[in-house]
Design a protein around this ligand. Sequence first.
Ligand code: AMP
Ligand code: ZN
Length: 466
Amino acid sequence: MSLRFFNTLTQQVEEFTPLEGQTVRMYTCGPTVWNYAHIGNLRTFTFVDILRRWLRCRGYRLDHVMNITDVDDRIIKQAIEAGQSIEDYTAAYTKAFLEDTATLRLERPERLPAATAHIPAMARLIAGLRDKGCTYESEGSIYFSIAAFPAYGKLSHADFSGIRLGTRVDSDRYEKADARDFALWKAPKPGEPFWETEVGPGRPGWHIECSAMAMHYLGETLDIHAGGVDLVFPHHENEIAQSEALTGKPFARFWLHSEHLILESQTMSKTLGNFITLRDVLAEGYSPEALRYLMASVPYRKKLNFTFDSLKAAGTAIERLRNFKLRLETARFPEGASEFLLARAGDALKRFEESMDDDLNTAEALAAVFEFVREANSAMDAGDFHAGNIAPASDLLARFDAVFDVLRPGEKAAGITDVEVEALITERAQARKARDFARADAIRRRLFEQDVILEDTKDGARWKRK
Ligand code: AMP
Ligand code: ZN
């Protein structure tokens, strides 16, 4: 089976291939840097990371653009309140965002354009729409007339035919029930930043930012456009309307939307005030890998109900996999190979890949890995795991980790964990029993390198950290 995604536009699961060659041209909506990202936002960015990594595992190259929205209503309000320029105000939150995403091991998109660096491209687009008769002006602002785009509503699958023509909305975020002509360009207001452009002085609306930067870097038709589910309406609906009204071409072939992270049955949101940041999670003593694993393990089109218990369970799952990896790397196995386990490793890899191909079904992909690890661990205990079974098991873990990226310990947690020390001490005791002293010494040396000192007593080995 081939790689398939659920496309919000068609409401179908469709086979995915890029339009041109092996490069996927992808645009994902980035953060509005008015505050710290909360873990709901980070869930969406983690989904994008999993999507990137799986596309690469399937042999594609990426040209991925993610914008930084560094001018909008909320930013202006907050910057004024803080007595700062919007540049200074947003620089701090952009930096925090990049730190948080790096901590979560999210790959950097190929391009990270800031909205304020692309104002002329936005004005150009608006001028083009004006020339086509899709816009009108009112008090220095320019609005997109949704009557100029009869397919309006095709992404959110809503019927807007009954709305009153010519009514308009100035704010960037609003509900379907408030669908109106939306602002492409906002007239300058006292105390607010503005730019002089070919469509006059002012600042861009949020929706035009993404259309302009997407087409500037990726051309008129993208392979994939993605974001959180709250962006379907109005943001992405408006992006389609203004882009397609201008070019007459489909703006994006595949629209992917991830469901929200929920806290105590409410969507996590700064406006609702129920949010947790990555910094909060780390301050509670959880590792970034645990959060990454938790967010990646729930398929992106399912709501993720966040609890600290599930975060703890994610940490335990990672430990199990790391211990298995350590055992693979350090234990001595008899020569030869178990045919049964070779077949099981092959099946697990196939199931992992088919699940990821199936609209990134990460839960099913993980189940394949854990089932194999359980069987392989039992086989090791029973002496049925052979040297020839190591490579296929490592390959499975490598494929898993190319997407999930949790096996490497974090920088702060660098060094060996207590569980890993205990596992190595058990291995060493077994080696000594089998009179394999070279191996026993090698394990002692490895522990010593990790600042662990072993002391053999009549009750067995004791250990402490240097
Ligand atoms: P913003 O910084 O508000 O522009 O949002 C950045 C991204 O986070 C967008 O793709 C939103 O759709 C997404 N988002 C916002 N709230 C949540 C949530 N509770 N769960 C998952 N994604 C979210
Ligand atoms: Zn956007």
